[in-house]
Design a protein around this ligand. Structure first.
Ligand SMILES: Cc1cc2nc3c(=O)[nH]c(=O)nc-3n(C[C@H](O)[C@H](O)[C@H](O)COP(=O)(O)OP(=O)(O)OC[C@H]3O[C@@H](n4cnc5c(N)ncnc54)[C@H](O)[C@@H]3O)c2cc1C
Length: 443
């Protein structure tokens, strides 16, 4: 999309990738392996995006960490990739071939150049906080890494919860750090980078919890979302892979999975389909049955969208081999009664009312863009749609380009997509960048 454009000389053959989920990492590795430098920015302390929180992946049931970790390690050690985590893009000036990008680096209050990632500070920190990474199912310390597999494996201090920052005393982490890496004086600072092309791969978020009150979410402890269930299933999660319900730690014997919780519902949520929930719900129900053999899994669905290679067969397997009971109907009410979570709905095939007394309810909540995506779009001079997803230059013929030359898109930042699709997009966007660089002379 740069035909007829004035290309600056010299053309800066370095790329910026915003968002270090699996799409952004794939793009960064492909560009870096082609011999060009990449600056990779992520707002979180470590890379991997949402995939880092997953247990196993449909339809192959690969262990997510086993396939992700080699990638995160490769990105973390690649000579051509400069990682700027715990950072956000503050401003962008210039055009294709010569963008000047200012990146705001948040203070970790730990000198990462000195820190060895030994973990003693986290072990000894006296302050325990509900973990966002564990979706509220587990705790972390006030000095923390997102997970034991974090890349970079360097902690940050959460100043809002750190006893020293709140009350002016503690500094246990400083006392126990063997290399003197704790730095309470660290301040936010900005770095400037010059790049010739940009890939936006900022991914997705889940529908805000306060919008799902009608399903009892936030009110009933045993109503959780799909990502929280992923953490329960994960060997590295808060229950070491055992399925225990949050209220009392008991193994749930009846679990209801609710699809389209907020999706395809213009009145209560978003009008569009979140695309991967039919598949991850089948995966969840199947993995639940693999762990709790005498348990019963129910899935409430509107219809099943399993349009991918091996996907239809995977859902059939959940129904036929693992005996997951699929109930076609919309849930009308979820409430607590005598230690159970009551789920009411209507079977739209028979027209009969349905009632399940469940021990745990898992909501397949809608996929939404990040709250700050619009602001980032404005800064980059690229469009977002009415929901906040980034808009492609042309959804048919230019799905990876934006209207702005030199700025490309990859992954769930443009709308819900599963891992194979976002990986393909990451490679596609990288190929666009590499071909752009290759067209402007020798490196
Ligand atoms: C419960 C659940 C289960 C799933 N199971 C599967 C499965 O089994 N198989 C499958 O194929 N798919 C599955 N998915 C979908 C999968 O999570 C996505 O396909 C994948 O994570 C999308 O990758 P991404 O890189 O596009 O986005 P993300 O994983 O969202 O990564 C985006 C990255 O960008 C960063 N970022 C965001 N905004 C900014 C910003 N402004 N500045 C800097 N950085 C930013 C984020 O911190 C993040 O690291 C599941 C999803 C859910 C919710």
């Amino acid at each position: 999309m740069v035909e007829g454009l004035e290309i600056p000389t010299p053309f800066v053959k370095r790329a910026l990738v915003i968002g270090a989920g699996i799409a952004g990492m794939q793009a960064a590795l492909d560009i870096a392996n082609s011999g060009y430098q990449v600056i990779m920015v992520d707002k979180l302390p470590s890379i991997g995006g949402r995939m880092h929180q997953l247990s196993e992946t449909f339809p192959t049931l690969d262990c997510a960490q086993c396939i992700l970790t080699p990638r995160t390690v490769e990105v973390g050690h690649h000579d051509n990739i400069k990682l700027l985590t715990y950072s956000e893009v503050e401003s962008i000036e210039g055009d294709v071939g010569d963008f000047r990008v200012r990146v705001r680096r948040k203070p970790a209050y730990v000198n990462w150049d000195v820190c060895t990632g030994c973990g003693v500070c986290q072990e000894k920190c006296p302050k325990r906080v509900v973990s966002e990474f564990e979706r509220g199912m587990g705790k972390r310390k006030a000095i923390y890494t997102l997970s034991p597999q974090a890349v970079p494996n360097k902690p940050v201090i959460d100043a809002e919860n750190c006893i020293y920052f709140v009350r002016g005393r503690c500094r246990v982490c400083e006392k126990v750090c063997p290399v003197g890496a704790i730095d309470f004086e660290q301040e936010e600072h900005t770095v400037e980078e010059r790049v010739g092309a940009i890939i936006v791969a900022t991914g997705y978020d889940l529908y805000p919890t306060d919008g799902l009150g009608q399903y009892g979410y936030g009110r009933i402890p045993d109503v959780i979302d799909g990502l929280a269930f992923e953490r329960l299933l994960s060997a590295s999660g808060p229950t070491a892979g055992q399925i225990k319900r949050p209220s009392d730690g008991e193994v749930p014997k009846e679990v209801v999975f609710v699809q389209c919780a907020g999706s395809r519902d213009p009145e209560l949520g978003v009008p569009y389909c979140s695309k991967f929930c039919c598949m991850y719900t089948a995966k969840h129900a199947m993995l639940y049955k693999h762990r709790v053999h005498d348990g019963q899994a129910y899935v409430f669905y509107i219809d099943i969208r399993a349009g991918g290679k091996g996907y239809e067969e995977f859902v059939r397997r959940a129904m036929e081999e693992d005996r997951v009971l699929y109930l076609r109907g919309k849930v009308s009410r979820i409430f607590q009664d005598d230690g159970k979570v009551m789920v009411w709905g209507t079977d739209t095939l028979s027209g009969l009312p349905l009632e399940v007394a469940a021990d745990l309810v898992v909501l397949a909540t809608a996929t939404v863009p990040h709250a700050e995506a619009r602001e980032l779009g404005q800064m980059l001079g690229i469009e977002t749609d009415e929901h906040g997803f980034f808009v492609e230059a042309d959804g048919n013929m230019h799905p990876l380009e934006t209207v702005r030359p030199g700025i490309f898109l990859a992954g769930a930042a443009t709308g819900p997509k599963d891992i194979p699709e976002v990986v393909a997009q990451g490679s596609g966007a990288a190929a666009k960048v590499v071909s752009l660089f290759a067209r402007w002379g020798e490196r």
